[in-house]
Each structure stands twice: as C-alpha cells, then as structure tokens.
Design a protein around this ligand. Structure first.
Ligand SMILES: Nc1ncnc2c1ncn2[C@@H]1O[C@H](COP(=O)(O)OP(=O)(O)OP(=O)(O)O)[C@@H](O)[C@H]1O
Ligand SMILES: [Mg+2]
Length: 467
C-alpha cells in the first residue's frame, strides 16, 4: 500500500504545523491549507486520502463544505474544532466524517482516528480490487468465470465469508461446490485454521457419529482409546459437510442439536464439549426434494440453509467455458513448459458441448486435449461425443460401427467405453444409459482393466456428420 496522504485544513498556522508533525508520525504524508479555497486548490492539484477539517474557517463553515453535493472530496474526513458542540459533531458524522476531534488534540485519540482511516482505506482497496478482479479478469480467488450467474455467486461469497453464518451450497456434480467452500473459508477470519472436509456419503453409517463427535475409550468394540471428532479437530476453523443428504437421519438429529447448542458429547461420554466451528454444507441433490423424500430432516435443512448458494450448471454460464478452457490450458502449459493454444474450431466445439459433468468434466477434457493436441489444439483432440447432448443420444448421438464377425464381448466393451466417454466418465449416468446396474459396469471395467489397453478402442466412435 502507498503512503496515505492527509490534507490539514486550518487557518491557525502554528496549530497546522504541529498537527502536520503528529500526523506524519502516524505514517501519513501531509499538506496544509489555510482556507476552504486553498483546500479546494490543493485537492484539485492532487487528491488526498484524508482531510483533517477545522469547522470554523475564514471563508466558510467546514460543515457546509461537508454538505456540498456532489461531495467536494472522495477521501475520509476527520473534523477538528475548538468549539465542540454535540450538534456539529452529530451532523459531521451524519455527513460521513469518520471521526470528530476537539482542540487541544489528544494524541491517543488522534492516533486511533488515523488508524481507522488506514483500516477503512485498506478495506476499500480490498473491495475495490475485488470488484476489479471480478469484472476484468473473471476471477475470484481460485474461481474462474465472469458469466452473470457466477458474478452473483461471487457477490454472495464475498458477503457471507466474513460472517459466521452457516452456508448450504447446492449444484450439480462438478459445478465447484467444494471450491466455493474453500473460497468462503479463505475469505473468513478462520482462514488461518483448518478447513476440514467430510464426505458424509463416504463414511460408514456406523462410524460417522464417532467420526463427527469423537468417542471415549471403550465406548464400543474397537474404541481402544479416546478420539476427538471432526467438530473438535476443526476448532477455530470450518467444517465442510459434503453430501449432507447422505448422512443417516438419526445422526442428522444429533448434528442439529450440536449446531443449536454449540456443544457436542463424545460417543460414550457425558461431558459436553464447547465447539467453535463454522459449518458449510453441500449437496448435489435438490434439498427440498431431499426433505420431501425423507433424506434430509426438515429442521436441519432450515438450520443449514441460513445462507444458500446455488451454483449454476456450466451450460448456463455463457462465455465461461472458453474462459475456463483458456485458464486450464494456460495452467497445464505452465506446469509442463509447453505453449499450446486452442484452435478456433476446438473452442467452438467446447462451447457447444452440453457439459453434463460441469467444470470437472471440462477439466478432464482439457487435460486430455493438452496431451493429445498439437501446438494448436484442433477439435480432433476432443472427444467426439462432446458435441451431442446426452438426452438426444439415441437418435443424434455418436455411432459405433460394428463389423459383422465381431464378438458380442468386443462390441459390448466398445459400447461401454464409448458411453463412458460420452458421459465424461460419469459411471452412474453411463450405467443408466446402457441399462445396466452400476455394479455390472464396475465389474466390466475391472475385467477390461485386467486386460488393459482397452481405452484405445473407444476412439472407434464417430458422429454421423463427421463420417
Ligand atoms: N469456477 C471454477 N473455476 C475453476 N475451477 C473450477 C471452478 N469450479 C470448479 N472447478 C474445478 O472443477 C473441479 C470440480 O469442482 P468441485 O470438486 O468443487 O465440484 P463439486 O460441485 O464439489 O462436485 P461434486 O458434487 O461431484 O462433489 C475441481 O477441480 C475444481 O477445482
Ligand atoms: Mg464436491
């Protein structure tokens, strides 16, 4: 930050000189003006971050100056007067003055007031640079995008981050929910402490209670020593409860109780332990639907949903696909010392893709294209199926050419791999399109892996228009 500058407006030359000295000692560069006219001229010559304004001046009243519209001055104002009155103090503050000091100046009071100026200025700079960052670069921390719905998301994050509010992040898989949680944490007062992510769907239902709340020694078979739970371990930090609807419903009751009371009890324990944790939850389900179908307790939903953030699917973020693709490619270039660029045709194809797997799918496609593509990456480095919306797959989708004489096993394998490619690696969706269970799909993939080298054959897919 540059040295802040102050303009001292007072007609008493001696007082002005001694005040300039005091203000300089607090790290400001100073100038002086003996009247409002001189002040105007000084400000026209060079702006100042702060005006220290005497209320009684030879050519007018300092308060009247503050009343002028538009404001004569964009920086902060501290009013100084030898004739203190509550009325003028109140009016000065209402007019936006940061503080009000009386003569003779108390050094400690002056120092506090100046410290406030520096803080306000730092905050304004941060907000200003934040706005600039959003508009010009399409960036917010590690998040990339400048589509209207994403700018709204940034705004929500900026507003909620410094608070202690519980946040519920919703959005399809791969839309960046975890990244939003990280961004909120990074912009909160808890940023120097832990952000602890817990995937509620991945912890076994029998263990999740002791994982969350901890347990005492001997509280169940295998509990051979006392253990702290996530709530205790993330003290001072943020607990990210991912896939919250996958948490067993009985445990949701206990979670709600913990959030309401601010205390937890370890499994097998009786002592209440005070918790100091900010909770951010996420789900890729529609939470209202999850409440309706009994996956999410309604009372917990209301408690978590204090501040909802809904992430738009990538297909609704006009312009962001190109921006993300450029950003991701630049990063890969940096990491591997290459300087590959997108061809127009490749970018066009990326833009037209449905992105059912959202940003994660795009990241995978970019990574693959960076490996496969030339210095100018052409569309052939992109999976062909990208162009075709999955919903239309049966009629307009990619075609698998089968030569009579091929074995059913071989065709099955090519169809499975091609379908996976079309869904961007989303196995659940691939299984549903193929009409087989997820388990069957996994079994098949395990077999293919055992025989290895199968992926190459998936390139035998073509779209009708490409021949
Ligand atoms: N706006 C963005 N800018 C840059 N990278 C992003 C953005 N959104 C997501 N990503 C990246 O995409 C990937 C997926 O994001 P993330 O894991 O946050 O998604 P998610 O919504 O939590 O998905 P899931 O529901 O499957 O858990 C990550 O590698 C993340 O860094
Ligand atoms: Mg996630």
């Amino acid at each position: 930050m540059q040295t802040p500058s102050a303009l001292i407006i007072d007609d008493d030359a001696n007082f002005r000189a001694s005040l300039e000295l005091l203000v300089q000692r607090e790290g400001f560069a100073t100038r002086g003006a003996a009247s409002l006219a001189e002040a105007r001229a000084e400000l026209a010559r060079a702006p100042a971050d702060l005006c220290l304004l005497d209320l009684t001046l030879p050519d007018g009243d300092g308060l009247a100056w503050l009343r002028e519209e538009p404001a004569p001055f964009a920086g902060e104002v501290i009013v100084i007067t030898g004739h203190a009155s509550v009325d003028s103090a109140v009016e000065a503050l209402q007019r936006g003055a940061l503080d009000y000091l009386t003569k003779p100046i108390d050094r400690a009071r002056l120092r506090t007031a100046l410290l406030n100026v520096t803080r306000t200025r730092a905050l304004k700079e941060e907000v200003g640079s934040l706005r600039g960052e959003l508009r010009d670069l399409g960036r917010f921390g590690r998040m990339v995008g400048r589509s209207k719905p994403m700018l709204e998301v940034y705004d929500l994050i900026a507003r909620v981050a410094p608070t202690e509010a519980t946040v519920l992040i919703t959005g399809e898989s791969g839309t960046g929910k975890e990244l939003v949680a990280e961004t909120i944490h990074a912009r909160s007062a808890r940023r120097n402490n832990l952000l602890l992510p817990v995937n509620c769907g991945a912890v076994s239902p029998t263990l999740i209670e002791s994982e969350l709340f901890g347990h005492e020694r001997g509280s169940f078979t295998g509990a051979d020593r006392q253990r702290k739970g996530y709530f205790e371990r993330s003290a001072g930090g943020t607990l990210f409860l991912d896939e919250i609807t996958e948490m067993p419903i009985e445990l949701q009751v206990k979670l709600l109780r913990a959030l309401e009371s601010g205390v937890v009890t370890r499994v097998g324990g009786t002592e209440p332990i005070r918790i100091d944790v900010r909770v951010i939850a996420a789900t890729n389900r529609d939470p209202v639907e999850a409440v309706r179908s009994g996956k999410l307790r309604e009372d917990l939903y209301y408690r978590l949903n204090v501040f909802p953030i809904a992430l738009p699917p990538l297909r609704n973020r006009a312009g962001d696909v190109e921006l993300l693709a450029e950003h991701m490619l630049a990063q890969l270039n940096r990491e591997s010392g290459t300087s590959k660029v997108w061809s127009r045709a490749a970018l066009e194809r990326l833009r037209r893709s449905p992105w059912t797997g959202n940003v994660r799918e795009l990241a995978n496609v970019v990574q693959r294209a960076h490996i496969l593509g030339d210095d100018e990456i052409g569309p052939e480095a992109l999976p062909l199926a990208q162009e075709v919306p999955v919903e239309h797959a049966p009629s307009g989708g990619p075609v698998l050419q089968v030569r009579v004489g091929a074995s059913i096993g071989n065709v099955e394998r090519r169809l499975i791999l091609a379908t996976l490619e079309m869904t961007g690696g989303d196995k659940k969706q691939a299984a549903s399109i193929l009409g087989i269970s997820l388990k069957t799909l996994y079994n098949r993939l395990n077999v293919y892996e055992a025989y290895a080298g199968g992926a190459a054959e998936s390139t035998a897919v073509s779209t009708p228009n490409n021949g």
